[in-house]
Design a protein around this ligand. Structure first.
Ligand code: MBD
Ligand code: FE
Length: 281
């Protein structure tokens, strides 16, 4: 392994904040009416006020909370904190109108514009990339069962040390990321390594909060995916591994039973098949 330096929370937080800004997700916000802003924001504030009353929050606690909020911003951890504790509820709302493959949260570590790769491929990785080899194969179809040729399986994952390229030092850009294009049968076969459980950085404000509350900071091992094809609704999802640690207690509350893979050993590697189904846009 080439990595000697431990990534810091501040480092990955700043990168996640920068990646979020670069994605320009605010486009469309101008359409929101004053009525909508008022009703949603009033409900959020009412919830906070109710918690303060119910738990008789004191001045020292209030000031500590203010300090913590300042640190979340300074450490660039708003994407991390929000995606871990809030995004799954927004995803639940989106899922109510979505057919086909189940979705899950995007999380803070997606990077667009990665290398385009052929249908049968190996994800970009270091020559000495540690980890258990995994072959992840399948087909992309529409809700009528027709194969989607030229669909894009945009995949990213952590390495055997638990870190994502672009959000930790000493990992080459694009490592364990890629946009795999399906063949004329809508098929793909991706050779990679097994991802490992992800620990929320314990040295930043999100980690400090989790520790102060006595919670655990772990997500189960997962592959992240965006699957898209022209004329179809893009799916944002994650795939997990049967029997894996933290599967039933994901700190980000983002697992679903339909998204659990169960790889089998074949020729000394793990292999698993999983098909994606996209609905019309
Ligand atoms: C992750 O790797 C992740 O997927 C989410 C949702 C939050 C924090 C880290
Ligand atoms: Fe992740």
């Amino acid at each position: 392994m080439t990595s000697t330096q431990n990534p810091t929370a501040a480092g990955s937080g700043a990168s996640a904040t920068e990646a979020f800004r670069a994605s320009r997700p605010q486009a469309g916000a101008a359409e929101v009416s004053a009525e909508r802003v008022s009703s949603v924001v009033a409900a959020v504030l009412d919830g906070v006020r109710a918690a303060i009353r119910e738990h008789n929050v004191t001045y020292p606690e209030y000031q500590a909370a203010k300090q913590w909020l300042i640190e979340i911003g300074e450490g660039g951890e708003w994407p991390l904190f929000l995606d871990v504790f809030i995004e799954h509820v927004v995803e639940q709302n989106a899922a109510a109108t979505q057919e086909g493959t189940k979705g899950s949260i995007l999380g803070p570590y997606y990077l667009p514009d990665q290398q385009r790769l052929p249908a049968v491929t190996t994800l970009p990785m270091r020559p000495d990339e540690p980890g258990v080899p995994l072959v992840f194969a399948g087909q992309v179809r529409d809700t009528a069962g027709r194969p989607l040729a030229g669909a894009e399986v945009d995949i990213w994952q952590n390495d055997a040390a638990g870190y994502y390229s672009g959000f930790a030092p000493d990992i080459p850009a694009g490592n364990l990321r890629g946009v795999v294009v399906t063949d004329d049968q809508g098929r793909f076969e991706i050779t990679t390594i097994q991802p490992v459980p992800y620990q929320i950085p314990t040295d930043g404000p999100t980690g400090k909060l989790i520790e102060a509350a006595g919670w655990h900071p772990w997500r189960p091992a997962h592959l992240h995916l965006l699957v898209r094809a022209p004329g179809h609704r893009q799916i944002t999802t994650q795939l997990y591994f049967a029997g894996g640690e933290w599967l039933d207690s994901d700190v980000a509350t983002a697992t679903k039973p339909e998204l659990v893979l169960d790889p089998v050993e074949r020729d000394g590697r793990l292999r698993v098949d999983y098909d994606f189904v996209l609905e019309p846009a």
